[in-house]
Write a protein that binds this ligand. Structure first.
Ligand code: NAI
Ligand code: MG
Length: 500
């Protein structure tokens, strides 16, 4: 396995940010945790500590929720004209664009992901999210309702911001997950407490500085760094929070639902996946192989949409496996800050141990390892891109989300699309599926039959700010992006006027 851990080179701005003492952002001020505690942030490629951030907990969440409530009710935010809110949200995108290279570097360093991907996908994706969502600020209109009640009525609806929102996000796309959550909530006029993942808090904190520069009123966005069991749980449980938006594991998603029961706060969830990628014999095989390899190896396999179950028709199965193996062995692995690197380390020791454990369980259950199968070196959390064959539906590696660069390939020999849909749907998840074919009927028929929130034909991991995204079954509740996300951050108020 080809691996080069070059000494990371950082630009001046990233270095300056890393040299700072990191604080949390509450009520427009940069503060330490009430407890005074901090925790270390690690470069997952070298295991070096690259900073300390405040370990916020319930006491800090209480302050942040109170600040968000004041901001939500306060004139500066609640009376801001929609067009001015739109301008503000747009301006945040502009500021991000100005600092794009710095953010890409910090993301690559903190998460481990290749800086080239971070710049292209995470940062540009976040900029695009603020620009797209800014337009919704001026478009949240209600409707007049032609009612049939006796009398003379004028009935209409209004859309109002849902209120104080807790947003708990994961580490796989740290800034982009913040953008997916913050941009629509700001466009709707909510006030927010954002809790970044403990593994990757840096870009959220740097982003807080941009929010301040953009001129957001104090308390509209509060950023509390801390652990899930303390800060996250306090936010999900808080009676002062009207809505919680969560992205992360299905396991914690269920805890969020329980915590929300206290005050019946609204909940939206983006959870795990075990997405099928299905390759038919009539597909452009070169593109299908490149595309399905990227579906699982992109972001080290740490994508909720990762194409972790690859189904290849029997007549092309050997070719597909061979192509995947070739792609896996050619991937350049190394420190994410090296612009030529395609696969970085996993985010943490925990994920490294977990993914290695899954590979081991596949091996024990009788899967064959076509390539990969090992962790790499003894520094950093690297894992070989791994292709497992001879896998079957009952194996843990086929049923559970691995969240690493590990794909299970299975063959199918049934041309009945009903049967194909059945094995694609043989999972408790339903986030995404990709279908690789040149046949329109196959594509559209399967798009209808597969129970997943997003269907990609001749591509995988598609995303766009205007394209609604979310899961069926245990992959979540609600949709992010597109106009659908505005449902997450607004309440509909119905007004009936008796005109007598
Ligand atoms: P996690 O679900 O524990 O963490 C996600 C976020 O939730 C983090 O901000 C964390 O601090 C917070 N959190 C954790 N426990 C909480 C609690 N009790 N109350 C409130 N917030 C809480 O995910 P983790 O442990 O980092 O990764 C475990 C597995 O989850 C991964 O191997 C992967 O399978 C899955 N995952 C899925 C993601 C997705 O995009 N759907 C993203 C990250 C992880
Ligand atoms: Mg966890």
């Amino acid at each position: 396995m080809n691996i080069a851990i070059a000494k990371p080179k950082l630009g001046r701005d990233s270095k300056a940010f890393l040299a700072k003492k990191h604080r949390m952002f509450i009520d427009g001020k940069w503060v330490e945790a009430k407890s005074g505690q901090t925790f270390p942030v690690e470069d997952p490629a070298t295991q070096e500590t690259i900073g300390q951030v405040p370990a916020g907990d319930k006491a800090d969440i209480d302050l942040a929720v109170a600040a968000a409530r004041r901001a939500f009710e306060g004139k500066a935010w609640s009376r801001m004209l929609p067009a001015d809110r739109a301008k503000l949200v747009w301006r945040i995108g502009d500021l991000l664009e100005k600092h794009a290279d710095e953010f890409a570097e910090l993301e690559a360093l903190d998460n481990g992901k290749p800086v080239t991907n971070a710049r292209r996908d995470d940062i540009d994706g976040s900029i695009g999210m603020f620009r797209y969502m800014s337009g919704w600020a001026t478009r949240l209109n209600g409707e007049t309702i032609p009612v049939s009640s006796k009398g003379n009525w004028h009935c209409y609806t209004m859309r109002e911001p849902v209120g104080v929102v807790g947003q708990i996000i994961p580490w796989n796309f740290p800034l982009m997950m913040a953008a997916w959550k913050l941009a629509p909530a700001l466009a709707a006029g909510c006030a927010i407490i954002l809790k970044p993942a403990e593994q990757t808090p840096l870009t959220a904190l740097r982003f807080g500085e941009l929010l301040q520069e953009a001129g957001l009123p104090d308390g509209v966005v509060n950023i509390v760094t801390g652990f899930g069991e303390t800060a996250g749980a306090a936010l999900a449980n808080h009676d002062g929070v009207d809505k919680v938006a969560f992205t992360g594991s299905t396991e914690v998603g269920k805890l969020i639902v329980k915590a929300a029961a206290g005050n019946l706060k609204r909940v939206s969830l983006e959870l795990g996946g075990k997405s099928p990628a299905i390759v038919f014999p009539d597909a452009d095989l070169d593109k299908a192989i490149t595309g399905t390899a990227s579906a699982i190896f992109y972001n080290q396999g740490q994508c909720c949409t990762a194409g972790s179950r690859l189904f290849a028709h029997r007549s092309i199965y050997d070719k597909v496996v061979e192509g995947m193996v070739e792609r896996a062995t050619k991937i350049k692995v190394g420190h994410g800050l090296d612009p030529s690197v395609e696969l970085g380390p996993l985010v943490s020791k925990e994920q490294h141990t977990k993914v290695a454990g899954y590979i081991e369980s596949g091996r024990k259950d009788g899967a064959a390892i076509a390539t990969g199968g090992h962790v790499i070196g003894n520094q950093g959390y690297f894992v070989e891109p791994t292709v497992l064959t001879k896998t079957s539906r009952d194996m843990k590696v086929v049923r559970e989300e691995i969240f690493g660069p590990v794909v299970c390939v299975q063959s199918f020999d049934d041309d009945d699309l009903e049967a194909v849909a059945k094995f694609a749907n043989d999972t408790e998840y339903g986030l995404q599926a990709s279908i690789w074919t040149r046949n329109l009927k196959t594509a559209h028929t399967l798009a209808r039959k597969i129970k997943a929130g997003t269907i990609c034909v001749n591509n995988h991991n598609y995303g766009d700010a205007a394209w609604p995204f979310g899961g069926y079954k245990q992959s979540g509740w609600g949709r992010e992006m597109g106009k659908e996300v505005m449902e997450n951050y607004t309440e509909t108020k119905s007004v009936a006027i008796n005109l007598g």
